[in-house]
Design a protein around this ligand. Sequence first.
Ligand SMILES: [Zn+2]
Length: 282
Amino acid sequence: MNCYACGSDRTRPSRTVHGITIFGCDDCRLFWVPDIPIRQVNEYYADGYFNLKDSVSGYRDYLAEERLHRKNSRILLKAALRCFQSRGKRRVLDVGCAYGFLLDEARKMGLEGHGVELSEKAALYARDALHLDVRRGTLHAQGFPEAHFDMIFVVGTLEHLTDPLRELEEIARLLRPDGVLVITTINTEGLLPFFSWKPPEHLYYFSARNLAMLLEKSSLGILSVRTHWSYYRVTDLLYRMRQFFSARVQDPATKLLGRTKPGGCYLKIPTNEMRVIARRKT
Ligand SMILES: [Zn+2]
């Protein structure tokens, strides 16, 4: 088995989780799931994904955390806008846009938003409740024209894909020459290298180094890599920490935290994710 990122043959099965084997590369330290039936992945994103009340995978209740997702979207939009020297109407694509909150925030900033989402329920919400151009399905299926977008966002999405390189190649095609790509994904060698192994949700576990290799192969060059700071609800933070450290044992305190109502206090904190901004190579 050759490494998906660097091509090395110094790879080996690293661990098996939920019956799925994750491979590791001794050279570039990529961890990935080389072989998973696409059907198994699609079934995973059936409509329960954004509403998994007692699970560490997926989202506990994405819609109820609307305010939080909007706050975090604004951080990313502002970071992308800083890459441009002039203001103007820019066209945004959000790949894996969920309920469309980033696109709605983009619209409030005078940007034109388009989205792609696999979950039917989320895509319908974005379209019917927020009146956004969100299409259900894969990015490739949309057939967007070449050099069509000024800003492309892949937020917490790349690690879910079966073939991220193919997706990055399509993104490079869709990006205007001066456009920017913003990726957030877990950094296994970042400031906070704590994360859960959770296939079939996460199929790739990148570091800045091996993600750079994939971007390079897609004719994309990195402008910046930094620790991704984002807002968390304090009670949700405690819930996630308890789940991580108690190895998913459902003790009464974790259950109680899981039931707390959205709202309350938010903290902006460094996360285990990196925020990578890249541009098409000329
Ligand atoms: Zn490798």
